[in-house]
Ligand binder design. Sequence first.
Ligand code: BG6
Length: 433
Amino acid sequence: MNNELPTTTLVIFGITGDLASRYILPALAKLDELGQLPENFRLLGLSRRQISSEDVLKGETSRLKKYLETTQMDMADPADYQKLKEKLPAQGQKIFYLSIPPAAVMPILRRLSAAGLNHGNTKLLLEKPFGYDLESARELISEIEECFKEDQVYRIDHYMAKEMAQNISVFLGSNALFRKIWNNQFIDSIDIIAAEKIGIEGRADFYEQTGALRDIVQNHLMNLAALTLMRPCGSLFEFEDMPERRLEALKSLKAADPNGAVRAQYDGYQDEVSNERSLVETFAAVTLESSDPRWHGVPIKLVTGKNLDTKVTEIRVRFKQTDESQANELCLRIQPKEGVEIDLWAKQPGFSHDLRHLPLSFDYAQGAERLPNAYEQVLVDAMRSRTSLFAGAGEVLETWRVLQPILEHWQMNSNINTYKPGVAVEQVLEADV
Ligand code: BG6
């Protein structure tokens, strides 16, 4: 038991859904195993149909039986929100985790608010998407503001909660070596890449309305860009300033130029979604620029794609070459093999004077420490009211502002490249597929 956490009742809307079974419940089970749940923790699982704890908890998550109560609820019936209110203990905070399709979010929030469940010790945990474009994000945010205060809203971006993502800023800020050279005087370009081996995994309806730009670039990659470009934190004590620093970095990004963006779709996608005219991109690459003088002239490229040859998320920073030196590259690897790699140049051993690449790397997995999974981190941080890993409303709006020109351009144009499943990122970028 973690005595530092306040007594909490976690209410999950959509307990039978994919997100709950794949991420939320396993994360809670792990926290329980590690003794990281608060005293008197309670879990309330809501679902439209009648279900039992046994229906929900399987294998490793069975240990949550002692906390879980399942309840059938008609999400559209105000009377059921009164019943929910009566079920909630007077003591401790209540966190409502909305693990449900986006269209269902606002109706539920309005009913929670009408039932008086938005006061005092309540918080919301919300999953993306936060809007569909700039306009809809504005509407969503202002509608939520009518029901809940911003400091009650915790918007999850599980990439920001990945251990190495949290470390970017501390690593850069705490090492004089990097702190001094983290600017356009020394850095040539930054590439932030999230390649996936998997395809759309049967989520045809979701993906047809989303695409790679909205699914990954607008949130995960833009947030990694903000963490990379912001004024780094020198110490863990500055963690709480992170949202403000991220926001500052995002505000400095210029609206994207659609002409520099690439969209592509893997062969077979249209059959998979049964839409032979689909123009939805499964691969997107966007090059951004910052108006911050520190980053003037440094291209920041964000790339993501499904059905590629590898699963990797990394930030590659290329340093400038000078007359006397070669260009070095620093790779901050978010996953897998979380760590840092620096490409150095050294003399080839032996009689020649040739140079060769020498990777210097640090891999977290080499140590015995276990890295908490992103959902464990998100749940603990929401319980202890640490907002630094959650996206603020201002950040969400900025990310949409930057990408809006691309969204509009793509909507008006039908040009899209195709690529063969299993190819490398570079091949799609070179349209060599
Ligand atoms: C989700 C996207 O946000 O992130 C998925 O909706 C994607 O399409 C997933 O597969 C990737 O997450 P991770 O943690 O496996 O890299």
